[in-house]
Design a protein around this ligand. Structure first.
Ligand code: HAM
Length: 426
């Protein structure tokens, strides 16, 4: 048979309820924090990502799904959402009335990385971007928002790592100092880092190889090279987080794999997922909107990786089982089944979750089916009941049974079952 493409995965029904929980909660929190949803397309012009993420990054160099469409234009399955959101912000002049905009988007991203646990070639992100405000309040709010989501999902083995990457004024000086330091240790660095040294020396700082980590443990620190404005901004972000009681740890190795960042960068990391320890990442990117042809507006954002988040949810706490249905209809004989089908359809339309057996089965086997569906009640109708104009309603928990007239049955069930639902939820 034709199987899934390597690195892609099906989200099966047992797992999809976690996705529903995460997406519903995220949308609720975004509402409370004043974000509006934006749904950009999945395919964009390749140049958008080359220009924003950066030509020398792993994503652009090795990982994009790029192809020419039938007219020969180069297009790419989006590897991340930030560039798409910025494009939409500029293209639709979302800054026109007020440049301050808070936008979120949830959906699939594509990177042709080597698949491993927690790393897929199609994965999903919950992505947030704020435009138009330079002040550190926004950086703190974004980190608070991510922490709120993790808290509400009762995930605790996570920590926020925080760094500042400076700006166009101070980062070049740091890069120069770092390059000079690393150049002395070129022979000790891994092959990848030797290449990084020429293209993007900052990336050497987050290499996981022990030999590289030893070298970089003595490397110059960005904190010492920040210009006064960047220092003030970073100090203010930290103070705000302290006041909000959001825990974080300073991490001077946190450089991120995308070129657009300025000033604050952060990642939410966990010790529970092995090598793929980043659950979320983000930061400020004050120069990107202008770089992509828009107005000179600052911006900041983050993205949470849904697959990793859901893996953590599964590991860290027991979710209640999937809820059962309201009603199962056990029908015996073709005439009863026809009636049952009409009731089933009417109840489903009215929001009462209902199932039945569409094939002839014994009452015993239908009661077993009702148990499998975890039905709260079962309606039993056979030829005798049909002839007598009555059905039996059985409460599956107490086993109590009552007789109901067939006349106005749907109306009656609608009331009885929604009352029961209220009782259960109160
Ligand atoms: P990123 O760090 O590349 O940032 O990705 C964010 C998160 O997406 C990661 O922390 C991880 O959880 C998840 N992720 C990334 N690649 C994979 C993969 N191959 N398989 C599974 N999960 C993955 C960004 O994408 C930036 N656009 C975030 C941002 C928004 N910065 C500012 N605004």
């Amino acid at each position: 048979m034709i199987q899934l493409i390597k690195g892609f995965k099906d989200i099966l029904p047992d797992e999809s309820r976690y996705w529903r929980e995460v997406e519903t909660l995220a949308a609720e929190i975004f509402d409370h924090f004043g974000f509006a949803e934006l749904r950009p397309p999945i395919l964009e012009k390749t140049g958008l990502f080359e220009k924003s993420i950066g030509q020398g990054t792993d994503i652009v160099e090795k990982e994009m799904y790029t192809f020419s469409d039938r007219k020969g234009d180069l297009v790419t399955l989006r590897p991340e959402a930030t560039a798409c959101v910025v494009r939409a912000y500029i293209q639709h002049q979302l800054y026109a009335a007020n440049p301050y905009r808070k936008l979120y988007t949830i959906g699939p991203m594509f990177r042709r990385e080597r698949p491993q646990k927690g790393r897929y070639r199609q994965f999903h992100q919950i992505n947030a971007e704020v435009f138009g405000i330079k002040a550190p309040y926004i950086d703190a709010q974004l980190i608070l928002l991510v922490s709120t989501l993790f808290n509400r999902l009762r995930i605790d083995d996570v920590s926020v790592h925080l760094n500042s990457l400076g700006c166009g004024q101070c980062r070049p000086g740091f890069k120069k100092e770092l390059s000079a330091f690393l150049e002395h240790h070129r022979d000790t660095l891994c092959n990848d880092c030797r290449q990084r040294l020429d293209r993007n020396p900052l990336r050497v700082l987050d290499c996981k190889m022990e030999s590289c980590r030893q070298v970089t443990s003595n490397a110059p620190s960005i904190a010492a090279c920040l210009c006064p404005d960047c220092q003030d901004h970073f100090a203010a972000v930290r103070t705000l987080l302290d006041e909000l009681k959001v825990d974080y740890q300073l991490d001077s190795r946190l450089v991120r794999g995308l070129d657009y960042y300025t000033r604050t960068t952060f990642e939410v990391q966990t010790g529970s997922l092995g090598a793929q320890n980043a659950i979320a990442g983000g930061g400020r990117y004050d120069e990107l909107v202008k770089l992509l042809g828009g107005p000179d507006q600052p911006a900041a954002g983050f993205a949470i990786g849904c697959e990793r988040l859901i893996e953590l949810m599964k590991q860290q706490n027991d979710r209640p089982d999937a809820p059962g249905i309201d009603l199962f209809i056990a029908a015996l004989g073709e005439e009863s089944r026809k009636k049952a089908f009409s009731w089933l359809s009417n109840l489903q339309i009215s929001g009462i979750s209902t199932e039945m057996s569409f094939e002839e089965r014994s009452l015993k086997s239908q009661m077993k089916q009702a148990d499998k569906f975890k039905a709260a009640s079962t309606l039993i109708i056979g030829e005798t009941e049909l002839a007598g104009g009555k059905v039996i309603l059985r409460n599956m928990q107490t086993k109590d049974q009552e007789e109901l007239p067939i006349d106005n049955l749907v109306e009656h069930l609608r009331n009885a079952l929604s009352d029961k639902r209220k009782e259960v939820s109160s």
